[in-house]
Design a protein around this ligand. Structure first.
Ligand SMILES: [Zn+2]
Length: 455
């Protein structure tokens, strides 16, 4: 009797363990099989990428960007288009994890759960991928960057479609350089800085401080600020690029006065600054076509008064992700509602009517910040910088990196004209020039080129 009971117990135990393991396997199979089968280290997957049945990649106008022929993965015949589209399309080896050739490998190779990659030829349903990017505009952006490190992006703030997305350094995916792993010039070449970069923002962060001040200081427009070029605030100096004298808020923003913005962020306080930054999407990632972006960071939890002052001018430990910054600008353009950018074209309605997006601020605040940024362009940078009628709102920045490093030059903005709903972000790294000169030149050329976009 005892023996029977013991055997039954062992049998039950084995059955329960078997069901448990089977459940675990099925869970893993359904959730991860696609990535196992299409992982770049899986030789079959690599072979499939070169298979002639592997899907093609097109730009928004049907320009062929990547295809397979005679077992080889081939790219557009124009070298500059290949280089400019590198980070969106991806490389053959799968090193650029955010490119569609890796991120959408299962769709391109025709993987499915029942037959894996082994579906007989003729029955396999490989899918092509069409991007929202315009390869001609992207080539222009690449040329404007002139090989400088950094990133540039332009997107439609109504629909979320990314029209151009360039990251430097890069390389030619048709002929990857032999010394890519050892030559410092290629540091970061596998990273799409638009999606995965996080850089010191400098004065473009003053847009965040402007939102916080607009939301929390009813008397903002009647406040006055005085700048002698340098002032001891919280025990240490806050320095400015020049002596700005007496200014109202609008002038202080156009002058990009560090002293005015240091006082503003200290008066607003760490909690309010953090609350606004987080409402605008700092300290969390968002997804672009399922790809998580790098987080922008704002953390003043242990900052001194002086450091809180510097944080409000985009220094201290602040970092921003370029795509996130473009999204904030898009929200200001779009009545406070941030439409999430995407670069893979969907055939459904979202591209036509825009996705619902996420509210970052009220439409009243958005309109007010928009007016400040418009005044900046009209009275400071000059409307000549951009095509007639675009009515661009913008802000530049020159982020200091310290330790004898050069600066990051930034320009971010958007056209408030409904017929050219483009928002842009440009960052040029490692430059001795001001943002207005380095990134401004690229932003200006990019928006000029955008007037030729096919509707
Ligand atoms: Zn100043």
């Amino acid at each position: 009797m005892n023996v029977t009971r013991k055997r039954s117990f062992i049998l039950y135990f084995i059955i329960v363990a078997f069901i448990g393991c089977l459940g675990f396997f099925l869970f893993e199979y359904f959730t991860s099989a696609s990535s196992w089968a299409t992982n770049p280290v899986n030789k079959l997957a690599t072979a499939q990428a070169g298979s002639d049945s592997t899907g093609r990649v097109y730009d928004r106008n049907g320009v062929l960007l990547a295809y397979s022929q005679n077992g080889e993965r081939l790219y557009n015949s124009d070298k500059e288009i290949r280089c400019s589209m590198l980070h969106a399309v991806g490389d053959t080896e799968g090193n650029i994890s955010t490119g569609v050739q890796t991120a959408m490998r299962s769709r391109l190779t025709g993987y499915n759960l029942i037959t894996g990659l082994g579906t007989p030829f003729g029955l396999k349903t490989t899918g092509d991928v069409t991007l929202t990017l315009d390869s001609s505009l992207n080539k222009t952006a690449y040329e404007l960057m002139s090989g400088q490190k950094g990133a540039a992006m332009i997107y439609n703030w109504k629909t979320g479609e990314i029209l151009s997305m360039v990251s430097n350094p890069g390389f030619d995916p048709q002929n990857p350089p032999q010394d890519i792993g050892t030559n410092a010039a290629y540091d970061g070449a596998y990273v799409n800085k638009v999606l995965s970069g996080a850089l010191t923002p400098g004065s473009i962060f003053k847009i965040v401080t402007t939102v916080a001040a607009s939301e929390n200081m009813p008397d903002l427009d009647s406040q006055s600020f005085h700048c002698d070029g340098s002032e001891v605030i919280g025990g240490s100096p806050i320095t400015c690029t020049e002596v700005h004298g007496d200014q109202n808020f609008q002038q202080a923003l156009a002058n990009s006065c560090n002293i005015a913005f240091a006082h503003l962020s200290i008066n607003l306080g760490a909690n309010t600054m953090t609350k606004t930054a987080e409402e605008l999407g700092f300290n969390k990632s968002f997804e672009v076509d399922g790809i998580p972006t790098a987080k922008s960071s704002y953390n003043v939890s242990t900052a001194s008064e002086n450091q809180l002052g510097w944080s409000g001018v985009g220094q201290y430990t602040d970092t921003v992700n370029p795509c996130h910054m473009a999204r904030i600008l898009g929200a200001i353009a779009n009545g406070g509602n941030a439409v999430t950018p995407h670069f893979i074209k969907t055939s459904g309605l979202p591209d036509l009517i825009g996705n619902s997006g996420e509210s970052m601020m009220s439409s009243t605040i958005a309109d007010r910040v928009k007016a400040y940024l418009r005044w900046n362009v009209q009275n400071h940078y000059g409307d000549k910088m951009f095509p007639t009628g675009m009515q661009v709102c913008a802000k530049t920045g020159t982020a200091e990196l310290g330790e004898n490093k050069q600066n990051n030059g930034w320009m971010v903005g958007f056209s408030q004209n409904d017929s050219t709903p483009y928002a842009f972000v440009v960052v040029v790294e490692d430059t001795s020039q001001y943002g207005y000169q380095s990134a401004g030149r690229v932003a200006s050329g990019l928006m000029q080129a955008a007037t030729n976009l096919k509707k």
